[in-house]
Write a protein that binds this ligand. Structure first.
Ligand code: FES
Length: 165
């Protein structure tokens, strides 16, 4: 058992992470795949997980932190019940994805990468999700919404608030 900082995750989660780290130890380019796996295991990448990855791969913590903050698909905060991903691939961007992001930030009162105060939604941006014909596109979990306009955003959000009841 280690410091209290690490007790919110199970030994099993850390064990899985150590196995992933072991696969990539000493190999170049391992940092991003390890962080991907770590996010799948823990749901997000808090400081203690970043430290474990840095020590395990023998890379500076500043490098790990740099990668985590550079890529929008990595999150340092716990995710909400629903993760909303706005596609910022080229087709979606050209068709106004930035307006969709802005509408969501306003509707949910969060910035990209953040989770709403009630823990219901996390707002993220993604790369192309392969539905370019429907641009601009957003995903809520596994659901895909296309041909969006900013005024449709409240309706999409409401759908998930209703299903909470
Ligand atoms: S660019 Fe958005 S789905 Fe392809």
């Amino acid at each position: 058992m280690t410091e209290t900082c690490c007790q919110r995750f199970s030994e099993e989660q850390y064990h899985k992470l150590d196995e992933v780290i072991a696969q990539y130890q000493g190999k170049p380019g391992g940092l991003i795949p390890v962080l991907h796996q770590a996010q799948l295991i823990f749901g997000y990448l808090p400081k203690e997980v970043q430290i474990r990855v840095a020590e395990g791969l023998n890379v500076p913590l500043s490098e790990v932190y740099g990668v985590v903050t550079f890529y929008s698909f990595f999150s340092q905060q716990p995710r909400g019940k629903h993760t909303i991903g706005v596609c910022l691939g080229t087709a979606c961007y050209v068709k106004g994805a930035a307006d969709i992001v802005e509408a969501l930030e306003k509707e949910l009162d969060v910035k990209v990468g953040e989770t709403t105060a009630n823990g219901d939604f996390t707002l993220m941006v993604t790369r192309c999700v392969g539905a370019c014909g429907l641009a601009p596109v957003l995903t809520v979990g596994e659901d895909v919404y296309g041909r969006l306009t900013a005024d449709k955003i409240p309706e999409v959000i409401k759908h998930y608030q209703k299903t909470e009841e």
